[in-house]
Design a protein around this ligand. Structure first.
Ligand code: B12
Length: 216
């Protein structure tokens, strides 16, 4: 891990929200790649924190503080890169994203949102714990061509299948495409439920989404 990313990683591991904010701001000022800050610093740290929690080395409250530290870091990255990016005059595509019903994990979804916004897409984030219907209603109301759903729990990933089912029922399957992601998903799951695309990381998701809208 590069020298300048390590302190950010350590600050999340030490549950130090203020230090995370300070270090992320400094790293951006120094011109460090924001994607590296999110992927190598913040994401890797929260996964390590999760492993520690699994080994019963830390308490749930500490996991939650670390998650807040991570989110605070993502927010700073987002604010800074959005300010510095030259926004596309016309959005490259309109997309609805959210986390499925029963699931409140949002760090990964927020990273995806940040990367897509900075790539010039218009993102409508419906938030966490969202029933399948809400994804579809939102997409139809704003004429979005893509729905991105995140699921981190094996108990909530079936709600991604529900999105496909509801799209079918609404006669919108194929007209509105779907991409799924989150730790509880994989390419087999995407195939099984009939999702159009799957990405294991937000960066890969952006590549797939760019390609899709290029061919639109
Ligand atoms: C942080 C965390 C929490 C935080 C969430 C805080 C928040 N604001 O998000 C808190 C403490 C609240 C929490 C709660 C729970 N959690 Co939790 N949590 C995690 C942890 C440690 C990290 C998740 C994370 O943020 N990772 C970092 C991000 C960046 O990664 P990511 O989400 O996978 O996203 C990346 C990609 O997947 C992709 N991506 C994500 N979404 C999408 C969407 C699209 C469309 C695309 C293209 C890409 C994409 O882009 C991201 C960047 O590359 C994981 C462990 C792990 N290893 O994942 C457990 C984990 C997900 N949690 C778990 C569990 C069980 C729970 C609880 C049920 C615990 C409990 N007993 O109460 C609750 C559930 C609450 C609920 N109803 O949702 C389990 C799930 C097990 C399972 N297979 O079902 C895990 C795997 C831990 C474990 N090993 O047991 N959790």
């Amino acid at each position: 891990m590069p020298d300048y990313i390590k302190p950010i990683y350590n600050a999340v591991l030490n549950f130090d929200i203020d230090l995370v904010k300070k270090l992320v701001s400094e790293a951006i000022d120094k011109g460090i790649d924001p994607i590296e800050i999110m992927n190598e610093g913040l994401s890797k740290a929260i996964v390590e924190i999760g492993d520690k929690f699994g080994r019963e080395e830390i308490f749930l409250v500490e996991l939650m503080v670390a998650a807040d530290a991570c989110k605070a870091g993502v927010e700073i990255v987002k604010k800074n890169i959005l300010d510095s990016e030259i926004k596309a005059e016309k959005p490259k595509g309109v997309i609805v994203i959210g986390t499925v019903e029963g699931d409140i994990h949002n760090i990964g979804k927020d990273i995806l949102k940040t990367l897509l916004e900075t790539s010039g897409f218009e993102i409508h984030d419906i938030g966490v714990d969202q029933p399948a219907d809400n994804f579809i209603k939102k997409a139809v109301s704003i004429d979005a061509k893509l729905i991105g759903s995140s699921a981190l729990l094996t108990t909530t990933s079936p709600n991604q299948k529900e999105i496909e089912k509801k799209l079918q029922e609404a006669g919108m399957k194929g007209k509105i495409k779907t991409i799924i992601g989150g730790a509880a998903t994989n390419s087999e799951w995407a195939k099984e439920i009939g999702a159009d695309f799957y990405a294991s990381t937000a960066t890969e998701g952006v590549k797939i989404i760019k390609n899709y809208f290029k061919g639109e």
